[in-house]
Design a protein around this ligand. Structure first.
Ligand SMILES: Cc1cc2nc3c(=O)[nH]c(=O)nc-3n(C[C@H](O)[C@H](O)[C@H](O)COP(=O)(O)OP(=O)(O)OC[C@H]3O[C@@H](n4cnc5c(N)ncnc54)[C@H](O)[C@@H]3O)c2cc1C
Length: 434
């Protein structure tokens, strides 16, 4: 069986692996020159011209990302070296905040909350009471509930110092617009999936090396093909339920007929390709799938890389106090992660506004909150469509598009918000439909 996978992001590579394991002949078509999609390495340079390896966005994984970890191991990534494992920490530069001890759940959360610095007993009791109520209700709520409504019993301090940063880092959507149901699912899986589920796993390698490049090598060793610089322009249905992906004019020769196509490109591209089939006789489902997919809305993420000789943080990652004028929620010390000393990565989730302004505001925030006035900007990456907006009651498209045509990706219907784990889970699952 010949399978075409369109897109070599994390979902596409997971799908290609599962197809190969099912004994199929796989060709992956990737529009860009590199693999990894929205989680990829990008080349950069420090202010003095020294080459630096950056990512299109600083990423965090958590211990509960079981499928991501399984796939990394499968393609030969040593996860103990490639990821720094830390207990869940939301600590601010002044030392306040939450740090969970290394204990089995729920003891880690209970003790962590009891010991949290800077929170009064009212804050702690409100959190314990509310979290217990969530647990008793099986971590479920009405689909229309927002995270802000779900957390209404909490104190204003907990909202600004705990829920807002947690929500925006997990769902990339502000708490007043974010889905309470998905937020509870993430909390349940991270806090109750077993010891270490809530651990932060911070990449010590660039995002390309962490999975997609290793996956591409593995696929090639298994007889699969990964073709970069090949943008699929449209899909041509063929007699007998087969498909011809048509490569854009700048590509090489047409790749031939496939028995199955897995769309692993982002939602807007998948929707465009499927919409192109909507007029074809017998493919009535195409218009419906494409309409659901094109209705998704997006949130941006901006990562500001900045450097100063000797700049370092007390921890590899700190939470920051974020306001309209100080937009970053987190900062990472790449020196403690991949050895690029003096390089800091500031993350502005659900970011809004102009690249130059965000960069300038973040540098001012670093001076005010970290006491680092001398940082030089290295590179600022704005990913305008970083994730879909994870809003209450959101309708997400399913995996099955048409006979012989299926879709995977972080946006496809599933338990998680747009994350690496959501992407690879759907990639692995889609191969079962072929
Ligand atoms: C800045 C940023 C920070 C993030 N932080 C985190 C985090 O900390 N933790 C976390 O879990 N998640 C995070 N995410 C989300 C995570 O990166 C995504 O959910 C995940 O990478 C999506 O993978 P995907 O394979 O579904 O899609 P994509 O990565 O978008 O892959 C799709 C691929 O298809 C290719 N393509 C597009 N059109 C075509 C075509 N016509 N033909 C061929 N190829 C095509 C694209 O070039 C791309 O390589 C972040 C995302 C961003 C942008």
């Amino acid at each position: 069986m010949k399978v075409a996978v369109i897109g070599a992001g994390w979902a596409g590579m997971a799908a290609a692996i599962a197809h190969v394991q099912a004994g199929r002949l796989v060709t992956v078509f990737e529009a860009a020159r590199t693999v990894g999609g929205r989680a990829r390495a990008v080349p950069g340079a420090l202010p003095d011209g020294t080459p630096a390896t950056l990512d299109n966005g600083q990423h965090i994984l958590i211990g509960a990302y079981a499928e991501s970890l399984r796939l990394m191991r499968l393609v030969g990534v040593d996860i103990d070296t490639a990821l720094l494992r830390l207990p869940l920490t939301l600590q601010f530069p002044d030392g306040q905040g939450l740090q969970l001890p290394d204990l089995p759940p729920p003891l880690d959360a209970l003790l962590g909350i009891a010991r949290a610095k800077g929170w009064g007993w009212r804050d702690k009791l409100a959190l314990l009471r509310t979290a217990t109520a969530w647990q008793l209700r099986g971590f479920r709520c009405a689909p229309a509930t927002s995270v802000a409504a779900l957390c209404a019993p909490l104190t204003p301090r907990l909202m600004t110092e705990f829920i807002d940063p947690l929500c925006v880092s997990a769902l990339n959507t502000p708490a007043n617009q974010a889905s309470g149901q998905v937020f509870l699912r993430v909390l349940q899986d991270s806090l109750f999936s077993g010891r270490g589920g809530s651990n932060l796993l911070l990449p010590r390698a660039d995002l390309g090396a962490l999975f997609p490049e290793a996956a591409a090598r593995w696929l090639q060793q298994q007889g699969g093909q990964v073709l970069t610089g090949q943008r699929i322009q449209r899909l041509q249905p063929l007699p007998g339920g087969r498909w011809q992906p048509v490569v854009a004019a700048n590509g090489t020769e047409e790749p031939g007929a496939f028995d199955h196509v897995t769309l692993a490109c982002p939602s807007w591209e998948a929707s465009r390709l499927v919409e192109g089939l909507a007029g074809t006789a017998g493919l009535a489902g195409a218009a419906r799938w494409s309409a659901t997919t094109s209705a998704l809305r997006f949130e941006a993420i901006t990562t500001v890389y900045a450097h100063a000789l000797g700049a370092h943080l007390p921890l590899p990652m700190l939470a920051l106090r974020n306001t309209a004028a100080h937009p970053a929620q987190f900062v990472f010390d790449r020196g403690q992660l991949d050895g690029q000393h003096g390089l800091l990565a500031f993350v502005v989730s659900a970011s809004d506004g102009d690249r130059a302004l965000i960069e300038q505001q973040v540098l001012q925030q670093a001076a005010a909150q970290l006491g680092l006035p001398g940082l030089q900007p290295v590179q600022t990456v704005v990913e305008k469509r970083a994730t879909f907006a994870c809003t209450p009651g959101l309708q997400r498209p399913g995996m099955q598009v048409l006979p012989g045509l299926a879709a995977c990706g972080d946006y496809v219907d599933g338990p998680y918000p747009a994350t690496l784990e959501g992407a690879v889970l759907s990639g692995t699952a889609v191969a079962a439909l072929a």
